[in-house]
Design a protein around this ligand. Structure first.
Ligand code: ADP
Ligand code: MG
Length: 381
């Protein structure tokens, strides 16, 4: 089910059009959400979101299952109306504009292709609706197939005889046939196997670049988001907890939730001691050395995030700013790196070491691991 786009650009001479002259380079948001909230009875699936989506960007919304991603996308596509707040498209309020009156197209997780039709006819559907002549439709369909890297020979093939990856390409070509300004994707790759997924992630990114269109993509996989996106928004329980570049999300997570969502990390909860203002964590006997960001200057409790690649084996407490003693519990080969699990009291810490550095510890033996203050990220608990 794709949406037929219509021209939603403002009438000539309106201030919005003047302001957006030069379109993609203007930097004005193509879609703007202000205080957008969606209630299902008394449950808020989306909780007062403010977000500017920029013309031509690849924006990915990530979050665990049930965090409100699909609900947010359905509001952007016009399949749900917000309970509160406003959604504007190039300055026009579109809260209640139906899907077929928006210049957008939604690519689903479930493919929703016409099963009894050929690849060609699936792609041409939108063109036919618009009254394009058969020869012209065929030419355009073949052009779109080339764009999504489908072999020309597939044109007359029944869509049900295509592989999972090919069906996904047909769905993409069909979406592009509508020539929308904005494409929405709701976990389109989640059903595919790992290798195909990886290949299509890169192709989608290329396609975004080639087409110059705005992509809003939803996934529960941060790994996927990091590969493809210009910006990432992280959702939790209906709220947008951080929006930033992949680099910002990875290196400067806003809170513990984002840092843990980014991958396998060690997180210690540190408390400011009532007496001297020093920081302690249950895993450490000595006070912690922390690089506390300004915004947490008055905090009494913080989360200290140490990525496994920054936790290293040491011989004595003087070798790192902070040290923990524990027992080496297990080791795993990750190919070029080795990951170690270290039990410290009731916690398990992870350290990753390049294989080239050689074996530094023995399973079931006591070990000392440490990290420097500058290598840890201190965030809100
Ligand atoms: P996600 O896509 O992140 O997995 P959804 O947006 O599908 O999350 O759902 C967010 C929450 O809203 C879930 O708890 C879900 O059960 C609830 N929800 C979604 N749609 C409806 C609906 N039509 N009626 C009631 N609750 C809904
Ligand atoms: Mg969903």
């Amino acid at each position: 089910m794709n949406m037929v786009p219509v021209d939603m650009k403002p009438a000539a001479g309106t201030p919005a059009e003047t302001a957006e002259a030069g379109s993609g380079s203007s930097g004005l948001p193509v879609l703007q959400l202000v205080g957008v909230r969606k209630m299902f009875k008394d449950f808020a699936a989306v909780e007062r979101i403010d977000l500017d989506i920029r013309e031509g960007e690849f924006l990915t919304i990530v979050g665990p299952s049930g965090s409100g991603k699909t609900t947010l996308l359905r509001m952007l596509a016009g399949m749900e109306s917000p309970s509160e707040g406003n959604i504007t498209l190039r300055g026009h309020k579109i809260n209640d504009t139906p899907p077929n009156k928006r210049p957008t197209c939604l690519v689903f997780q479930s493919l929703a292709l016409f099963p009894h039709m050929t690849v060609g006819r699936n792609i041409e559907f939108a063109l036919k609706v618009r009254g394009m002549a058969p020869a012209e439709r065929r030419r355009r369909a073949l052009e779109l197939m080339k764009m999504v890297r489908l072999p020309e020979g597939h044109y007359g093939r029944n869509v049900m005889q295509c592989s999972g990856g090919e069906k996904q390409r047909v769905a993409l070509a069909r979406a592009f046939a509508y020539d929308p300004d904005i494409l929405f994707f709701d976990e389109p790759l989640s059903a595919l196997d790992y290798k195909l997924k990886k290949a299509l992630e890169k192709e989608l990114k290329d396609l975004h670049k080639e087409s110059g269109k705005t992509f809003v993509y939803i996934t529960h996989s941060l790994e996927e988001a990091l590969v493809m996106s210009d910006r990432i928004g992280v959702m939790r329980a209906g709220r947008l907890v951080q929006v930033g570049t992949p680099e910002e999300i990875y290196t400067r997570p806003a809170n513990r939730f984002v840092s843990e969502f980014v991958g396998e990390v060690n997180v210690l909860t540190a408390r400011r001691s009532a007496t001297g203002g020093g920081w302690t964590a249950p895993e450490c006997t000595a006070p912690l050395k922390l690089a506390l960001p300004e915004r947490l200057a008055d905090a009494t409790e913080v989360a200290v995030v140490v990525r496994p690649e920054f936790l290293r084996f040491v011989q004595g407490p003087g070798e790192a700013d902070n040290c923990l003693s524990g027992v080496l519990y297990n080791e795993y080969s990750l190919g070029s790196r080795v990951q170690y699990q270290i039990r410290v009291g009731s916690s398990v810490m992870l350290a990753e070491v390049s294989r080239g550095l050689g074996r530094t510890a023995v399973v079931d033996q006591p070990v000392l691991v440490g990290w420097d203050a500058r290598d840890a990220i201190v965030v809100e608990v």
